[in-house]
Design a protein around this ligand. Structure first.
Ligand SMILES: *Cc1c(COP(=O)(O)O)cnc(C)c1O
Length: 231
């Protein structure tokens, strides 16, 4: 991919974000743009970094392990894990990522906490709790009724800094179908005094910003369409 192509796409995403923020009466700087670089090579992260992007999202521990040596020292870059994390990969994840957005069980939270302790007593990790708001079988995430217990468990683990909630509505061509899920996540966050809301992707970022998103996770609209990742 040429730098010009990525630059054009970034400009378009920034225009969409600016319009959505204006419409919602929000400030652009209150919505973080996470560039979802899964499946794209380390060079795509370097290009995006050169264009000013600093937050990157990855879904697969093994894939990012291969890319990390090339990108981990880019100044100011932060890497978010946004895929499903098996607890037996928690040690590898804490070594690679600054943020894990998909904590969905007390067990996974404890494993992350223990891995951090093994690295160094002072090490901490920003986390989001992934909430499952749809009935789809395949989706991971904590059920809303289990959220209070998960929050209590996480708040008892000093190495984890709980930042907020994350969700992924069922995919639908019509972005309006995501709105009730975003509203529900916002309500849950308010109930638990959490301020960060990771919601909104390429197709529905406007609706997410209108419903209070503080972090949109954008892949396709920045890097183009993806090939499936074969694990
Ligand atoms: C892949 C992915 C994204 C990016 O999706 P796009 O539709 O390509 O913007 C966002 N969030 C999660 C959790 C993902 O897995």
């Amino acid at each position: 991919m040429s730098a010009a192509t990525l630059a054009d796409r970034l400009e378009e995403v920034e225009e969409r974000l600016a319009r959505a923020c204006q419409k919602a009466g929000r400030r652009r700087e209150d919505v973080l743009l996470l560039a979802v670089s899964k499946v794209f090579p380390a060079e795509a992260i370097e290009e995006a970094h050169a264009l000013g992007l600093r937050e990157f999202g990855e879904n697969y521990v093994q894939e990012f392990e291969a890319k990390a040596p090339q990108v981990k020292n880019l100044p100011g870059a932060r890497f978010h894990f946004i895929g499903h994390l098996q607890s037996n990969k928690s040690r590898r994840a804490t070594g690679l990522f600054d943020v894990v957005q998909t904590v969905d069980t007390p067990k996974l939270a404890r494993r992350l906490h223990e891995s951090l302790n093994e690295e160094s007593a002072a090490k901490s990790l920003d986390i989001f709790l992934e909430v499952k708001l749809s009935e789809e079988e395949s989706k991971h995430g904590c059920a809303p009724q289990d959220l209070p217990a998960l929050i209590d468990a996480v708040r008892a683990l000093p190495n984890l800094r709980l930042r907020g909630l994350m969700t992924m509505p069922p995919w639908n061509e019509d972005p309006e179908t995501a709105r009730p899920y975003f509203q529900r996540l916002h309500q849950l966050a308010e109930q638990h005094q959490l301020t960060e809301l990771s919601m909104g992707m390429s197709n529905d970022l406007e609706v997410a910003v209108e419903e209070g998103s503080t972090l949109v996770r954008i892949g396709t609209a920045l890097f183009g369409s993806r090939k499936p990742y074969l694990q």
